[in-house]
Design a protein around this ligand. Structure first.
Ligand code: ZN
Length: 264
């Protein structure tokens, strides 16, 4: 793993998808369109989801700010944020994560879910990883997802769904994050067009203790490394609008499946 990808992982998440099509077919099966919409809104309305696009466009030019140490939970500290990685042609991770998060936001809002973004433009600095966690905690989010792209070497490919080894939210919260991880993994498998990671973790799952945004969460949270931006196949998908739409749909489907589990 490159230094950049390790840093990237510090900050928060990434993605994939084709889930919205699946979700739409589930909702509409056997019902009229109006009935389907009403059913969806009754299940999901009132839910709050925090989406956390990793890094930010201003991070690279504000090294002092992003290198300041912030709490990462359990008495440890780490840097505020990192610049993230980029594709070999220069397409930056911070742009990818915001593009995908914005698509996910739209898909969730259409289902009646309230969405809060940790950042809404690509020209700022941070926010710091501890603040990104606090945003989800403060609104008591029903789910939070950090969206990232990885920066391994060209040989590896695929997605990783990452959860904390333990969070400050305790064992019950960790169990909920584990359910969110499973729902997200299933959605990525069926819809993203990407495979589970071939170079890290276990079959697309990973558990880490060095990610502040996950450690500090008191709400169910995962970080998604959508794909490897240094791999030709992954990055072709990640750079294309159609590919980002698939990734975003997978993230939305994973979140919705998790929220629907929780309501049963
Ligand atoms: Zn990243």
């Amino acid at each position: 793993m490159t230094a950049g990808s390790a840093l990237c992982a510090l900050a928060l998440t990434s993605c994939q998808g084709t889930a919205s099509a699946n979700a739409a077919s589930k909702v509409s099966a056997g019902t009229s369109p109006k009935a389907a919409v009403a059913s969806a809104s009754s299940t999901l309305s009132g839910k709050t989801v925090v989406l956390d696009p990793g890094h930010n466009g201003g991070d690279e030019s504000h090294t002092a700010q992003i290198n300041q140490l912030v709490p990462m939970g359990f008495g440890k500290y780490k840097t505020c944020d990192t610049t993230g990685t980029n594709a070999d042609d220069g397409y930056p991770e911070h742009e990818f994560t915001l593009q995908v998060a914005t698509l996910v936001q739209s898909l969730l809002e259409k289902r009646g879910i309230k969405v809060i973004m940790t950042r809404t433009n690509d020209t700022g600095v941070g926010p710091c990883v501890n603040v990104r966690a606090a945003i989800g905690n403060n609104v008591h989010a029903d789910a939070a997802v950090s969206i990232h792209g990885d920066g391994f070497d060209a040989s590896g490919h695929g997605f990783q769904i990452i959860q904390a080894a333990k969070s400050v939210g305790g064992a019950a919260n960790d169990a909920r994050s584990n359910k969110l991880s499973g729902a997200m993994h299933a959605a990525f498998l069926s819809g993203s067009g990407l495979t589970p990671s071939t170079y890290i973790g276990t079959d697309g799952y990973e558990v880490r203790s060095d990610l502040a945004g996950l450690n500090l969460s008191t709400v169910p949270k995962v970080l998604v490394e959508c794909g490897n931006m240094k791999n030709p196949g992954d990055v072709a998908l990640m750079e294309s609008p159609a590919g980002r739409a698939r990734i975003a749909s997978s993230i939305a489907d994973g979140i919705i499946a998790f929220l629907e589990q929780g309501s049963k």
